[in-house]
Design a protein around this ligand. Structure first.
Ligand code: G4P
Length: 281
């Protein structure tokens, strides 16, 4: 499969982010917990190298809890602070607030030495499209938040949102692009629904998904669709079409309908909590 994705604008966005980096103490990077590496842009490590780093493994509600733990350890080992998250719910806020303070310990120490008191942490939310940046900002800053307005010395037009007395967020998230030259990354992004379906071949996508599930979650398709998994992905899709009554008018199997069903059930989590890439692969 060939994936086209977000032509242009990338250099400009990156330059903007470079500027914004000068204003902040902490980078809050959202990744998709189902593809924690493929949903990152490696540039961020360079752009944010002088900053405290927090990775939010978002959509953790859709991912495999065992793999969530494994990925959290993976990132922690690399020096990131990590929180697993469902950005649609407020329940993760307490953990995030505590981790932000921990991640910015050195900043508070530096401020103290310079006699600066109570200067809040300034943070920027970054991530690839559709990873949940707006949801995160809405849930955590929400309507109750106060826009702190322009500040002296800060580029005009920058708005800061006060999360609580310790943390302020830049109100526009930084958009990064995934490494879409890598076909595997493109496939994963398509599977989680981050690339528009109109430009994708859902049949191929479902076959790739079936192959991944057969290898990584044996028994899962068997359970959901009451099929044996001892088939090729294409044969298995046929069995699923049969069992789910995906039949065309003439009585022929409707592969397209079955393909869309499988992909949709994966994306919505009805197929189960699934992580597509494992650490160390
Ligand atoms: P972005 O700003 O990074 O582009 O992403 P955005 O917040 O728009 O989120 C993209 C989609 O992901 C939204 O769904 C949002 O509800 C969903 N989402 C965000 N965080 C989570 C999460 O932790 N778990 C789950 N399960 N979903 C999450 P949508 O279908 O595009 O919009 P809507 O139907 O929610 O309005």
């Amino acid at each position: 499969m060939n994936f086209q994705w977000y032509p242009g604008h990338m250099t400009k966005a990156k330059r903007q982010m470079q500027e914004d980096m000068k204003l902040i103490d902490l980078v809050i990077e959202l990744v998709d917990a189902r593809i924690p590496l493929s949903s990152r842009n490696p540039d961020i490590d360079d752009l944010g190298k002088q900053k405290a780093r927090l990775i939010l493994m978002n959509k953790a509600d859709l991912a495999d809890e065992g793999q969530n733990k494994a990925w959290a350890s993976y990132f922690k080992e690399k020096g990131f602070f990590v929180v697993k998250l469902d950005a649609r719910t407020k329940s993760g806020m307490k953990a995030i607030s505590a981790v932000i303070l921990e991640a910015c310990k050195e900043k508070f120490e530096r401020d103290r030495r310079r006699g600066i008191k109570n200067r809040p942490v300034r943070a920027m939310v970054v991530g690839i499209p559709n990873v949940g940046k707006s949801t995160f900002i809405n849930t955590y800053a929400g309507k109750a938040c106060t826009k702190t307005g322009n500040k002296p010395g800060v580029t005009k037009g920058k708005q800061w949102i006060r999360l609580n007395k310790n943390v302020e967020l830049l109100d526009t998230p930084g958009i990064l692009w995934p490494k879409f030259e890598d076909q595997r990354v493109g496939l994963f992004l398509a599977l989680i629904g981050s690339i528009k379906d109109e430009i994708l071949n859902i049949d191929d996508l479902s076959l790739e998904l079936i192959a991944i599930l057969q290898a990584k979650y044996p028994g899962l398709l068997a359970l959901r669709y009451e099929v044996s998994e001892d088939y090729t992905p294409a044969e298995l899709l046929g069995k699923i079409a049969q069992n789910r009554n995906c039949i065309k008018k003439g009585g022929e199997l409707d592969y397209g309908k079955a393909a869309a069903l499988v992909v949709d059930e994966f994306r919505s989590g009805r197929l189960g909590k699934i992580t597509l890439e494992f650490p160390g692969e």
